[in-house]
Design a protein around this ligand. Structure first.
Ligand code: SDX
Length: 393
């Protein structure tokens, strides 16, 4: 081994890059996108406005936002050959598997997106195409899993309403857009839009640093997000709450399991690498969960189980000593469920929300001409030894 290497598994103390996009303070529980507090954006902004802010660095004027929204609406239709690819997927295929492969396949339809020296205009066109087409492809993964006819996007609907329409409408009947659902989804997408150098964003940057295309880099990020320790946790949380409910609702039994080092069970939706305080997004989502269920007249017993778990963990030394608080995934599934999104689509929803962050971080890495990512290691293998012919083994 030549030269010094500092081992930092999990990159717990490694700054991999400089970035001007998102600011996190884990001790204080602060999250800001381009300097704007997440609490204000969640209340006052729209998902496309936040996407514009993250990608281009400033809040858009009305004209800029209208043009950005119009361009995205224009690109929501996908090539018919993409629709035909769905015929090759079994309905049992997990939506995240289909999403990552179809997003990567967009390079086949837009070959210039592979060129690392593409013009700024071409890069921006690929950004608009990706923002638009992921919503159509994501909705189609759900329809494909249900054996339902795919719904084409509509240009008379805003981004969030169009997604809900493609997810839940049927050609055979009128679909009414519920403003409570649109507002709840808009808020969730904003809260997931970026989060500094998390696992999937670091994956997008690392793959992109090899001059891989935006579509290929985001496809890699989708697979990293799918991991149950990362974005896959939102699906695990609701499955955990359902298991507690099926088991009779005794939360103390599951708190004990989470503390038992011999038991692989973890309290999903709890803990965070950076936040050693409340995840500010969890606070907003918890409040929104109450509001949405009340507005929709839904009484979901899982919400009560989640609140009991949270209360128990916040007073238990095991969790307090380790500074384990609810994270973004703890309550989000309660809202997704209330607006009719099935658990196997929860991480797809996370990807939909996180896409502008992935795009912004990939774009910043490219514009800063960052070098290819290539970490070193501490070698712990065999010292030099000679080959042994098979007769002598
Ligand atoms: C996301 O990075 C991001 O920003 C991610 C994200 C984003 O927006 O991109 O915020 C989204 O991924 C949120 C996290 C979703 N994951 C989960 O909810 C899965 C459950 N949480 C954990 O697996 C864990 O807390 C992590 C993965 C989130 C963080 O892991 P770390 O920082 O590597 O911490 P660790 O595993 O070393 O845990 C420290 C201690 C350990 O105990 P000891 O060895 O000290 O005795 O805390 C324990 C862990 O066993 N612990 C838990 C626990 N989380 C940590 N014990 C029980 N239940 C848990 N949930």
């Amino acid at each position: 081994q030549t030269g010094y290497v500092t081992l930092d598994s999990g990159y717990k103390n490694t700054g991999a890059t400089k970035s001007a996009i998102t600011f996190l303070d884990g001790e204080e529980g602060i999250l800001r996108y381009r300097g704007y507090p997440i609490e204000q954006l969640a209340e006052k902004s729209s998902f496309l406005e936040v996407a514009y802010l993250l990608i281009y660095g400033a809040l858009p004027s009305k004209a800029e936002l209208d043009e950005f929204s119009h361009q995205i609406t224009k690109h929501t239709l996908v090539h018919e050959d993409v629709r035909k690819i769905f015929d090759g997927f079994p309905s049992a295929a997990h939506p995240m598997a289909i999403l990552s492969s179809l997003i990567c396949s967009l390079t086949a339809f837009y070959p210039k997106s592979i060129d690392p020296n593409q013009s700024a205009e071409e890069m921006n066109l690929n950004i608009l195409r990706l923002m638009a087409k992921i919503s159509t492809i994501a909705a189609w993964t759900y329809k494909n899993s249900q054996g339902h006819p795919l719904n084409y996007p509509r240009n008379d609907l805003d981004y969030t309403s169009n997604f809900l329409y493609m997810m839940f409408s049927f050609p055979t009947e009128k679909y009414d857009i519920n403003p409570v659902v649109v507002s709840a989804l808009n808020k969730l997408l904003i809260l997931h839009a970026d989060h500094e150098q998390n696992c999937s964003t670091s994956t997008v940057r690392l793959v992109g640093s090899a001059n891989a295309s935006l579509y290929g880099s985001v496809s890699a990020g989708i697979n990293a997000l799918w991991g149950p320790l990362h974005g896959g946790a939102n699906q695990e949380v609701v499955e955990m709450l359902e298991a507690i409910q099926a088991d009779g609702g005794d939360t103390s039994k599951f708190i004990a399991k989470a503390k038992d080092k011999n038991d692989p069970f973890r309290l999903m939706g709890f803990g965070h690498r950076v936040y050693k305080n409340f995840d500010p997004r969890a606070k907003i989502i918890k409040k929104a969960a109450d509001e949405v269920l009340t507005a929709l007249g839904i009484n979901d017993p899982l919400l009560k189980i989640a609140q009991e778990l949270e209360q128990a963990a916040l007073t238990d030394p095991y969790f307090v000593d380790r500074k384990l608080y609810p994270n973004v995934d703890f309550y989000s599934g309660i809202i997704y469920k209330a607006i009719g999104i099935p658990t196997e689509m929860f991480t797809v929803m996370f990807a939909l929300g996180r896409l502008p962050g992935w795009i912004a971080q990939w774009k910043e890495m490219r514009e800063n001409k960052e070098p290819i990512g290539r970490p070193r290691q501490i070698y712990t293998g065999e010292l030099e030894r000679d080959y042994v012919s098979i007769e002598n083994r």
